[in-house]
Design a protein around this ligand. Sequence first.
Ligand code: BES
Ligand code: MN
Ligand code: MN
Length: 455
Amino acid sequence: MLDAALAYARKDQPNALEELKAFLRIPSISTLPAHAGDVRAAAEFLATKLQSIGLESVRLIETDGHPLVYAEHLHAPGKPTLLLYSHYDVQPPDPLSEWLSAPFEPEERNGNLYARGAVDDKGQLWMQVKALESLLASGSLPVNVRVLMEGEEEVGGEGIARYLKEHAEDLACDAALVCDTELFAPDLPTLCVGLRGMIYTEIEVHGARTDLHSGMYGGAAPNPFVALAHIIARLKDENGRILIPGLLDNIEAPSSAELATWRSLPFDEKRYLETEVGSTELVGEPGYSVLERTWARPTLDVHGMPGGFTGAGAKTVIPSRALAKISLRLVAGMNTKDTFQRLQEYVATIVPPGVTVETKLIHAGEPVLIDTQNSFIQAAIDAMRQVYGRDTVFVRGGGSIPVVGDFARHLHVPAVLMGFGLPDDNLHAPNEKFCIANFYRGTESIIRFLVNCAA
Ligand code: BES
Ligand code: MN
Ligand code: MN
């Protein structure tokens, strides 16, 4: 079965790539209401495919937001049941002018496929689909499989979290396979064993009843943007240390063994600065390496400050309202409820005169640490050794996949985070890409993983 499935996948590669391109042409941008129909179209495209390769009980599961796509194949008695998870929604493509080819017109260049969602996460989702197709076309699946794919990961994943909580018995399984992370370096098989959590918030400041002429009132009326700037400046110091009282108190530091592993990873800070970040220098908490800062320390970032006058030219106005979209990333030892409460309480103590402030929670997801002492992790390591001929490294990810914590919390199963992106794939940024060779090697790794899980 294995050899036949691998042969099928190899022969099918050009077709797999064309199918992925068709999937990528659907602009399934979950955060923009105008694209709700496209998100649904992507769900339907996926469901049609899952049906056609022979999966059963294929259906869209409605949530308050975008639908989940479910399918199953439970015909391997005595074998484990794997839950395959990935997400079919994508981030907005802006700024459009920086894309070398249109974000929703996939283009191959230098062995990469460029498109919004190429690697995050439609390309990785399609590897899971192609692995199932290859095995089904070569006989049957070596394990039982449930497929659960979501369309609102990029907006916090509230729908899937609720579904997992309320329908845990319908998703009975032994482990989850998540394909939404990256290799630490090209050709280096990698498993992600930790993700940061997050709270995404909006801080809204109100000043005058209405916008005011800044000459007539400037100097006497409060300016909510200036007030917001003062608030933001008190959230984090110049060394990148978060100033919210108590926030750093209960953080669980990585073990010295894990830190030693991180030091042995092929990480080149100069290359990271120059080719990935592209600023004059790196910032952050002194005493912590870059990997510690991004994997094992919390952070706070400002994503945008809508409001006021931002058009071309000049308008002299004191806006009555200002907004900042601010998120915090959480690490082990922190939880979303306490973190949001601490932020809210602290902000209330630093409000400048003349304005009122509201701190709102948009979405939240808990941090996760993955248990590596189980046969599913071993099955993944073995699969990637078979494909890449090398031992797997364990890394963490600085990003968040909110549902991963729910697999442990509600389904009580371990998760395997086996992803095939690369550090320079431009996730969430212009010119997102997926290395086409990794698309194929990822598919093969998943085939081998499923076969190994049955052993
Ligand atoms: N796939 C990413 C998360 C990721 C990236 C994990 C790289 C590990 C390595 C995911 O799609 C993502 O972007 N998540 C959002 C979640 C948020 C909106 C709740 C994130 O991290 O910002
Ligand atoms: Mn993703
Ligand atoms: Mn993402």
